[in-house]
Design a protein around this ligand. Structure first.
Ligand code: NI
Length: 188
């Protein structure tokens, strides 16, 4: 069990109107400065707190599963994911310098539409994502790691990896035909 801080970490999530969110983030060098480690911890605490209902209400948050470093204004190739595996139990992922090693042919999409803590307006449309991806990345110490993720987690990882390349999920929706190809992909 992770011990959560007694109050919400002080991080400011940028809105899509900010230019930084449309730029490509840079490869991370090691060792990681303490300030980066602190920010990573804060981002994960924030996400976990946003998924716990009483805290979400207390701090008036939107629930979020993933956050990229660029979303708080730092253009380094780092993202974090906090995933509730069962009621009240969260898995945390810290992904640095990720590269996709392989991806499934099968495509899926979130039936109610993807969301993003940087997009604060109603959106509609589907974003086809690979149902499974294998990603090579570095951990906090710079060690090479490989992870294979599927379904909801796979979508989240691809969404965050897009952030590192300055791409928002809304960039992937055709405004003229937001549900294009819907029947070709599997809804989750
Ligand atoms: Ni996002």
């Amino acid at each position: 069990m992770t011990k959560l801080p007694s109050k919400l970490p002080n991080i400011k999530i940028l809105d899509e109107s900010n230019k930084l969110l449309h730029r490509v983030s840079e490869e991370v060098q090691f060792p990681l400065p303490q300030e980066d480690k602190k920010a990573i911890q804060d981002m994960m605490d924030y996400l976990e707190m946003s998924q716990i209902e009483p805290l979400r209400e207390k701090y008036d948050l939107r629930a979020g599963m993933g956050l990229s470093y660029c979303q708080i204004g730092v253009l380094k190739r780092i993202f974090v994911v906090v995933y509730e595996v069962e009621e009240g139990k969260f898995d945390r992922y810290i992904i640095i310098n990720p590269k996709i090693k392989s991806e499934s042919e099968e495509k899926i999409y979130v039936s109610e539409g993807e969301g993003c803590l940087s997009i604060n307006r109603p959106t509609e449309g589907i974003v086809p994502r690979c149902a499974r991806v294998t990603i090579e990345y570095q951990d906090l110490e710079g060690n090479k790691q490989t992870i294979r993720v599927r379904e909801e987690l796979a979508i989240c990882f691809q969404h965050e990896l897009d952030h590192l390349n300055g791409i928002l999920f809304t960039d992937k929706i055709d405004p003229k035909n937001p549900f294009k190809g819907k029947d070709t992909y599997r809804a989750i």
